[in-house]
Design a binder for this molecule. Structure first.
Ligand SMILES: Nc1ncnc2c1ncn2[C@@H]1O[C@H](COP(=O)(O)OP(=O)(O)OP(=O)(O)O)[C@@H](O)[C@H]1O
Length: 368
């Protein structure tokens, strides 16, 4: 799939812009603070339903306006789609081919996105929540069912945590827990099992990616690190989940929150058998983050039949020549890529009709 056209109105510092993008490589150039990441963020928002930088919609609207619009004309293998998101501080309106939709879940899965930015080092160095988010965004884009399941789980978890606090503070009765336990186990087990399946697929793809970037010298091994006391067969996840909740009732009430479940899970990342999260060099950690992103591209392709759109936010300056070339060789002519940089010497291997350059200045974006 690729974005043929993008229209932005009052999106952060971008007032009104229409861009015709290349189906191959798009290079967005500009000094710091001009609006390059704002452009990528708007595309990410349309793909995933949320910004990667802010949870507050009003942040995304130009300070002097009340309404913003992001619209793309998307070319997919079997159809063209016009996706629009019109939003105020209080409301988001979705339109797909001019038909209005209410739920963000209707939007997700149309425009698939993989974003790689310097903050992705947190995927390796940061806490487990970064790795869970990586999995969840990836799987949600290819499975609306998973997105729905995840939201349901979050809702149940919140209710159950409130109840645990109330029981601890003697405001509620212990017996009420059983109903919420059942719901938590049912949805939570499905989330865990789906993630285990996905990690199984990512495992091979990420290993290949890491070997490619390091000329075969590094072996990456990823595994799902489940918070349940014992993850055996997938059919038994719910049984083990239940045992863990029953056996740890006292501790959960004392703490006032749920200590088992997919919201506590993680990914184990080992390079040449060493835990890269703790002991990897900065270079190895960067390589692993890139390998995970390459795996994500291939995973989405295998699930949907099409490559997603790749957004590279200011990452070229952080990669050495080998990694830069590997990345370009993977994406060129196959994956629509939008890359931001303050300056970039365009590799001579790229043919002139295979890329477009756009200059950004104070929120104005112009094709070169
Ligand atoms: N809601 C908003 N309304 C107007 N301007 C905004 C809004 N939010 C952010 N900005 C402005 O957008 C600019 C930041 O743009 P962006 O993050 O896209 O920069 P960039 O070109 O990617 O820079 P860098 O190279 O430093 O990452 C800042 O000047 C900021 O003040």
């Amino acid at each position: 799939m690729f974005i043929d056209k993008i229209l932005l109105k009052n999106y952060r510092n971008i007032k009104e812009t229409i861009l015709d993008l290349s189906p191959n490589l798009n290079i967005i150039l500009g000094y710091n603070g001009q609006g390059k990441t704002n452009l990528l963020e708007s595309i990410y928002l349309l793909g995933t339903g949320s910004s990667h930088r802010s949870n507050v919609d009003s942040d995304l609207i130009n300070w002097h306006r009340e309404k913003a619009l992001v619209q793309v004309l998307l070319k997919k293998k079997d159809q063209d789609l016009r996706l629009s998101l019109i939003f105020t501080a209080l409301q988001k309106r979705i339109e797909i081919n001019n038909t209005p939709y209410k739920k963000i879940s209707d939007l997700i899965g149309n425009l698939n996105i993989v974003l790689f930015s310097p903050e992705d080092l947190n995927l390796i160095k940061g806490g487990p929540s970064y790795r869970r988010k990586f999995l969840d965004i990836e799987v949600s884009q290819v499975s609306p069912y998973y997105y729905h399941l995840l939201n349901e789980y979050k809702h149940i978890l919140k209710q159950r945590n409130n109840l645990l606090k109330n029981i601890r503070d003697k405001k509620d009765n212990k017996e009420l827990l059983e109903v919420w336990d059942e719901k938590l186990i049912e949805t939570g087990s499905k989330v865990i099992n789906k993630r285990i399946d996905v990690v199984e697929k990512l495992k091979l793809l990420a290993r290949l990616g890491q070997r490619k970037i390091t000329n075969g010298s590094e072996n990456l091994k990823i595994d799902y690190d489940c918070s349940l006391s014992n993850t055996g067969k997938k059919e038994e996840t719910d049984i083990i989940f239940k045992q863990d909740l029953v056996n740890n009732r006292k501790e959960e009430i004392y703490k006032g929150y749920t200590i088992f479940g997919p919201h506590r899970d993680d990914l184990i990342l080992k390079v040449n058998d060493i835990d890269i999260r703790k002991f990897g060099s900065q270079g190895q950690q960067r390589t692993t983050a890139l390998a995970l992103k390459l795996a994500e591209l291939e995973f989405m392709k295998s699930e949907t039949g099409e490559y997603p759109v790749l957004l590279l936010d200011d990452v070229f300056s952080e990669l050495d020549e080998l990694r830069r070339d590997t990345l370009l060789s993977v994406v060129t002519d196959r994956i629509q890529t939008i890359i931001t940089a303050t300056d970039l010497s365009i590799p001579s291997v790229l043919k002139r009709d295979h890329y477009k350059v756009f200059n950004v200045r104070e929120g104005n974006i112009k094709e070169e």
